[in-house]
Design a protein around this ligand. Sequence first.
Ligand SMILES: Nc1ncnc2c1ncn2[C@@H]1O[C@H](COP(=O)(O)OP(=O)(O)OP(=O)(O)O)[C@@H](O)[C@H]1O
Ligand SMILES: [Mg+2]
Length: 336
Amino acid sequence: MLVSSKELACGSLLLGRYEVGRCLGSGGMGSVYLAMDRQNRTLVALKEISPAVWAQPGIKERFKNEVTAQTGIAHQNVVRALDYISEGSIQALVVEFIDGGDLAARMGRGRLPIDEVLSILMQCAAGLKAIHASGVVHRDLKPENILLTREGQVKITDFGVAGLGRASTLTKTGTIVGTAKYVAPEFIEMGECDLRGDLYALGVIAFELISGVSPFKSGDLNGLIMERFKTTIREDLLVLAPECPRELVRIVTKMMSLSLAQRHQSAADLLVDLDQFAAQRSQPRTATPSSAIVNQSNERLNDPAGAVNYLNRMVISVAVGVAVILVAWAALTFMG
Ligand SMILES: Nc1ncnc2c1ncn2[C@@H]1O[C@H](COP(=O)(O)OP(=O)(O)OP(=O)(O)O)[C@@H](O)[C@H]1O
Ligand SMILES: [Mg+2]
């Protein structure tokens, strides 16, 4: 269900400071608008909470708490909340404007190389670590809530407040189906999840980034819920992305574990795992194991062209060696 309101007309001025521009998109809470902050001469995004959502019982208190938490987080991988507008019937959060679109759009342009996937996952884990450290669980991590700068820097948005526009149960249609792809199995079973639910959601995103498809195929809510409990994530990923390094397959399988105890216990834990994998990948591949050398010589013997080149190099090396010895012998004889 996309909620939109016609309250924020293009060109209108809020708090005598924010000049409303075009609509950037709509989601479960309302619409997001580009705006110019006349005071600081910077572009900002206005996240308007639609009057229908604002009228929901208990929403104001929860929203205020979460705005406070969001304003308190200053991290390079988290969208910064800057201000809050309450003017007439308009309620809107002012956040930094991110100019590179969202991860959903990036994924729509095709599969990403493993190093880019790794960079996105590490930045998401770092952002989640900061969000969790402030006592907030995101609860709606999905590609639409992961924004990117033009330089490729990840900025997580809509934590905590993202769930305000939806019911606490998964019974609605519309955006809920989109969101349901990332909901952790414990949320389906118990209606609640802790920070490990965010790590599960990031696991689903990682699966999609690596394979180009969702681990869950069903187009309806019930099907998606049933599929959530399948135990073939590792095998599915290996089939869909055979080129993916096994260590990354292991990490993603762990992130998406059905058992809370087997999942990473914190974003910091996940970051350690990803850091180690990144370090392995960046190590220069200098030391060749002896078994590999044996295999190489066997391959040469099975490859006639390779074997001829190899023999040529051997003959040249021996000839150069003999020439050097002869010159040394001649020099010694001459001097003697
Ligand atoms: N800070 C921002 N800077 C630039 N674009 C933004 C910003 N925040 C949101 N957007 C854009 O507006 C779109 C709509 O955002 P919105 O959060 O309303 O919807 P959603 O993410 O699809 O759903 P949800 O309400 O569950 O978060 C986003 O997909 C994104 O493209
Ligand atoms: Mg959003």
